[in-house]
Write a protein that binds this ligand. Sequence first.
Ligand code: SAM
Ligand code: SF4
Length: 337
Amino acid sequence: DFAGLIKKIEAGQDLSLKEIERLLASENPLEVEALLAAGDKMRQKTVGDVVDIRGGIEFSNYCRKNCNYCGLRRANTSLLRYRMTPEEIIKAAVEMRKLGLSTVILQSGEDPWYTEEKMVEILRGIKSETGMRITMSIGERPRHELEAFRKAGANNYLLRIESANREVFKLAHPDDDYDVRVKNIRDLKELGYVTGSGCIVGLPGQRPEHLAEDIVFLRDMGINMVGLGPFLPARNTPFENLPPGDLLMSLKMVAVARLVLKHVFIPSTTAMATLSPDGLKRGLLSGANVIMVNFTPTAFRKSYEIYSNKAVVTLQWAVDLVKSLGRKLPPYIKETA
Ligand code: SAM
Ligand code: SF4
């Protein structure tokens, strides 16, 4: 039974794919409530009360891919495209450091303009001027480039599988190869990156059994950071008229990821904040322990439109939220913030 399954995980036993599916498929309000509470309890036990706060710079919205859900896809000609120069990116990181942050996330579309040499220059510049930990989220890259980035100072890398189910993956990715993606994630692990992956909740054709496959994939790959968020429709994309992903299902995924993967970083994502005004807060109450704050220069923010009406998570808002929940701020965030 449901309560028995939660007890089983809490006792340190692995659940089968079917059992994980049973947790995710429940729509019984009492069961769902118990699941989310168990996720929160496991969060407390494994990573404690500190909510990590990380800053993201979305430095380019050019993309050579055509993912059907994403507003940055190359076929979207209505988007105003921008690229930040290495100097602008390093400057944004320096600003972030002044506010106390200790991890910068560099995110972009898959943009070949940033060659290996340019990325290395950016990474070295940020390292020497700020000493911050660097997380990259720039899509697939050949292994030798990932290795060069690692040597130049990159610590973490986020590359979502989006869906671990081949059919769901294929429906959403006209020009991505599932095996190449998995190989890229393996490369990251082998190169010593703290490796992030995750999925979109609410893709076409996706059912609870597929989401259970996602959890097992993340477990088997030994993923250290888990990004989960609802699908949100983006203007001028093939999926623009589809309904958004379900908030409760997204929260159940956060809770199950915490219960199964235990000691990992789980952000409560901007997508949660976009889907519902209290979505990000509810993520933090279901197992999440990280908030990503947006440090993209305001002139570019609106153009990084991966989905429509994207929420902006600011540092002050994040700090106030953490305090209001009685959770702890990391020591690097100045109390005055
Ligand atoms: N291009 C890189 C990549 O795909 O890994 C990094 C940037 S991409 C915009 C970051 C993440 O945004 C993707 O992994 C995807 O999960 C998410 N995303 C894009 N469009 C989305 C949408 N419409 N709804 C929800 N998440 C979306
Ligand atoms: Fe490009 Fe990433 Fe968007 Fe796919 S999800 S279109 S790779 S930015």
